[in-house]
Design a protein around this ligand. Structure first.
Ligand code: SAH
Length: 396
């Protein structure tokens, strides 16, 4: 494949030289005709080399930097080298006797943006985020075949606008798995479906937060888990000794999925509350009935649209916290989480501060979390570390 030259606006040259990995459309000096997957050479206005990259349209940008070395050859070996060092970086997870699900390759954090690889007890799941990235599938798949003892590979085409993301069941090669595939994380079981839409049953990026809640914010506590999906936080809280968990999610599927997660951990789901309801309606109901919880977990999607309302984390998180303050006991803890890349931790803290001030309530931030170690990120790309979690004690 012929390498195409692309000139970069002066203003952006330094940014790329310092390791910023994402090609922004506005950084291009002129229009160039490119095809998905094209290797491109970024040049400054005087035609001096900046970086090698590939073209792949995502909502974030139009491609990813691959190397700052002009002599680098983008071939199977290049992919193999990056994936091998990613695997080595996760050795402790591969060797763990209590966890067998984790992220193996985190896109740009591991040197090639546009795709991720997760491990689920011998099965690898690749998420492709652009058609351009997908052009490199043979390199990635053959590398996994060569370097690992995999049982099988599944994939999701997240660039597929139909929202289906998988052809048939997403199976690529190796041995097919039965679903659910039961994996463990910190000795807690989860039922995983690699053959469904975008979500597989658990979000691996919350593993440290889940563990923290289990260890220090559950014993003897009433725990409310909002936007609960399959109830992963509730399962950890229950194992951690919660007197009762309440899981609230709007999606009908969440009821059966939450029962399943409790059941495979030998927790009697009949002692727990699983509520299929809009969280905002639940708050009104809880406020009316004067319910108060010791620990409240708040992990909404960045955007959500239900019949009644639209939610955007960037606009509405403060109001969400104000509602939660009303149903949290004095001395209780709110675990506020967001995966919204549109704002940073500093901004997130202003939402918390404003919510408490407007509620005439006091608080203390006890702990903060970002992405766990297996979700490797770059210092030069802080927005890649999208997860922000605050443990907030309500003092009055
Ligand atoms: N906290 C979960 C992941 C949340 S995914 C975990 O750690 O596993 C987001 C969830 O929010 C989805 O399951 C979706 O159904 C739910 N959701 C979106 N809008 C909602 C609303 N208004 N009320 C309740 N649940 C909602």
């Amino acid at each position: 494949m012929k390498v195409k030259n692309v000139k970069i606006n002066k203003k952006f040259v330094d940014k790329y030289k310092k390791g910023y990995p994402l090609i922004l459309k506005k950084a291009l000096l002129e229009e160039v005709v490119l095809e998905e997957g094209n290797v491109i050479k970024l040049l400054d206005e005087r035609n001096k080399f900046i970086a090698l990259a590939y073209y792949g349209i995502q909502n974030k940008g139009i491609g990813w930097i691959l190397s700052l070395n002009e002599k680098e050859i983008i071939d199977f070996k290049f992919f193999e080298k990056k994936i091998l060092s990613a695997i080595k970086f996760r050795e402790n997870y591969y060797n763990s006797s209590i966890t067998n699900a984790f992220r193996v390759f985190n896109g740009e954090g591991d040197g090639i943006g546009g795709f991720t690889i997760d491990y689920f007890d011998g099965y690898y799941l690749i998420n492709w985020y652009s058609k351009g990235a997908y052009k490199y599938r043979d390199y990635v798949i053959n590398t996994l075949k060569k370097l690992t003892n995999m049982k099988g590979i599944y994939q999701k085409k997240r660039f597929d606008n139909s929202g289906k993301f998988i052809d048939e069941d997403g199976f690529v090669l190796g041995e097919k798995s039965d679903f659910p595939l039961i994996i463990k994380e910190n000795n807690v079981n989860f039922a995983i479906y690699l053959n469904e839409g975008a979500m597989v049953g658990v979000f691996l990026d919350q593993k440290d937060v889940r563990n923290r809640i289990k260890r220090s914010y559950s014993r003897g506590k009433t725990v409310l888990n909002t936007f609960s999906y399959t109830g992963a936080f509730s399962v950890y809280a229950s194992i951690g000794g919660a007197s009762k968990t309440t899981s609230v999610d709007l999606a009908n599927r969440s009821y059966a999925k939450t029962i399943e997660q409790f059941s495979i951990n030998e927790i009697d789901y009949e002692n727990e509350d699983i509520v299929v309801m809009d969280v905002f309606d639940y708050f009104n109901y809880a406020i009316r009935n004067n319910f108060k919880f010791d620990t409240v977990i708040l992990d909404p999607p960045s955007y959500a649209k239900s019949k009644k309302r639209k939610f955007s984390a960037a606009k509405d998180y403060k109001d969400l916290i104000k509602d939660v303050i009303k149903i949290t006991k004095k001395g209780g803890v709110i675990v506020a989480s967001t995966n919204c890349a549109a704002f940073d931790m500093k901004k997130f803290k202003t939402f918390v501060d404003d919510a408490f001030k407007e509620s005439k309530s006091n608080y203390k931030i006890l702990e903060e979390y970002k992405l766990p170690r297996d979700f490797k990120t770059l210092k030069s790309f802080p927005e890649g570390n999208y997860l922000k979690v605050l443990f907030i004690e309500k003092n009055s």
